[in-house]
Write a protein that binds this ligand. Structure first.
Ligand code: SF4
Length: 493
């Protein structure tokens, strides 16, 4: 092998699924002796884990790649790789737009990355390499499914959101084919992992100190797998994970409205370890728009589902995703989305301006006909309304006590720490002094409070004193070791 410094830089955009993929790839490369660096200039291996859900995310990656052109020319030994959804979608186009990229690896071929990097580095002459899965029409369902491998090796704890929280993939792919979405192409057919495999992964994580698992799937509540002659649904999996010693909280994202079955709601209600929070994207408040998006439900059906959630799990938080400015969206249909936010009072909503994606049904059949300034204005109206509702609902918590898994320093404490280290001052890292900490309540609300950083990973009881639209602000009442939770962008669903 040629001389190389073994420094690995990885840039990740997109959802929790991508965060997990990066974590697993880094863990595999660490076993090969690689060491992570945050400085792309210091690295001789650079990976970009990409997202294709929105155009902006792709532009960001192409600009990052563009900045490496001269670095690669100066040091041809650098290995540059693009992995993930954009790699699966664009394939050779990446080599055309960024000829200095060495490897392109789709979402279903991540296990190949260590080998491809090693081969690229040892090749006598430069050779670009690609490992991608079949397109949805390039073979039988079994062949296409087989070309998308779920990549879930056991990992070391270092790249997790926190040492006591872990993502666990329970399924890959999607068969819903919403007209605007690239995921069925980039992540392949829907495939659920064996429950026995998932359970052993959870047990290992619990042995490593993980207290909260977040089960991941593009439509996580569509999970089903028959093992030993028995059908396992997400609810069955939750009952099994509930029995794993050490695990204190179980959550799952992202749910698909039509698959929000009563057995699952009962599991969330009945299991103490289940976080009382559901992320169930509505996407639009107008039936015409939902039909054009081919979401597979109506606003009335979504309302019926919300009724069952509220009746079965009183106090359960629900968050949503919305698309604004989709093809043909009128002012009247936009008003219906605002009405839906008012009606369902989501804990929060992830609101996105429609971005046409090549290869989707919407791109080929529906005009992207809403001007950018209109999309922006509607987006802001949605955000303003959602923020006002979130703040009103958070205010209801003032004076109440919430149980919080302490995740670590709050964002402002992290910034303070960075400033202190830039100025070469020491920061009270928590021997005895209190700093601002953050965690999440059992209904997924972000809570900040002053405390000793050594509380991280434990459960604290916090009395809420104040709030903003995104955060509850409180004070510690007592502390006991119990439950937890996580953050990040939503998975598309
Ligand atoms: S939006 Fe969600 S449910 Fe629809 S195709 Fe994409 S991943 Fe599947």
């Amino acid at each position: 092998m040629s001389e190389h410094n073994g420094k690995l830089y990885i840039e990740t955009v997109g959802c929790q699924m991508n965060m997990l993929d990066s974590e697993l790839v880094v863990a595999a490369l660490r076993k090969d002796g690689y060491e992570l660096t945050n400085d792309p200039r210091a690295a001789d291996t650079l990976l970009f884990n990409t997202c294709s859900v929105r155009e902006h995310a792709e532009h960001k990656i192409y600009s990052s790649l563009g900045r490496l052109k001269y670095a690669k020319r100066k040091d041809p030994q650098k290995v540059i790789g693009v992995m993930g959804c954009m790699a699966q979608k664009d394939q050779d186009l990446i080599f055309e737009r960024a000829p200095h990229v060495d490897i392109v690896v789709g979402t279903g071929q991540l296990a190949e990355i260590p080998r491809l990097i090693a081969e690229t580095r040892t090749a006598e002459a430069r050779q670009q390499q690609k490992a991608v899965s079949l397109g949805r029409r390039d073979g039988s369902v079994a062949e296409v499914s087989g070309s998308f491998q779920s990549y879930d090796p056991l990992r070391d704890p270092e790249m997790r959101p926190t040492p006591f929280q872990a993502f666990v993939r329970i399924m890959i792919g999607c068969d819903k084919f919403c007209t605007y979405c690239v995921v069925p192409a980039t992540r392949g057919p829907e495939q659920s992992r064996k429950p026995s495999e998932i359970l052993s992964e959870v047990r290992v994580l619990a042995d490593q100190g993980v207290k909260e698992v977040c089960l991941l799937g593009q439509t996580v509540n569509s999970y089903k797998h028959t093992e030993d002659g028995r059908l396992h649904r997400l609810s069955d999996l939750m009952y099994q994970i509930d029995q794993v010693p050490g695990i204190e909280r179980i959550r799952f994202v992202t749910s698909y409205p039509r698959d929000m079955t009563d057995d699952l709601l009962h599991a969330v209600r009945d299991l103490d370890k289940a976080v009382k929070y559901l992320h169930v994207p509505l996407q639009h408040g107008c039936n015409d728009q939902l039909r054009l998006m081919k979401r597979g439900y109506t606003v009335e059906e979504y309302r019926e589902m919300m009724g069952r959630i509220n009746e079965t799990i009183p106090g359960c938080s629900v968050s949503s995703d919305f698309i604004v400015g989709f093809s043909g969206e009128t002012e009247a249909s936009h008003q219906l989305s605002l009405d839906a936010i008012r009606e369902h009072r989501f804990k929060n909503s992830f609101i996105f301006k429609y971005s046409e994606r090549g290869g989707t049904k919407a791109a080929s059949l529906l005009p992207d006909d809403i001007p950018e300034d209109v999309k922006k204005r509607r987006n802001n109206e949605m955000l303003d309304l959602q923020n006002a509702i979130s703040e009103e609902d958070n205010a209801e918590f003032i004076g109440r006590r919430v149980s919080v898994l302490v995740e670590g320093l709050s964002k402002s404490a992290v910034k303070q720490q960075a400033r202190a280290s830039a100025e070469d001052r020491s920061f009270s890292s928590g021997e005895t002094l209190a700093v601002q900490l953050m965690g999440r309540s059992e209904c997924d609300r972000i809570v900040v409070f002053d405390g000793n950083p050594r509380l991280s990973g434990t459960t604290a009881e916090i009395e809420v004193r104040d709030c903003t639209g995104t955060t509850l602000i409180g004070e510690i009442v007592t502390r006991e070791v119990q439950h937890g939770s996580s953050s990040l962008l939503p998975i598309v669903s």
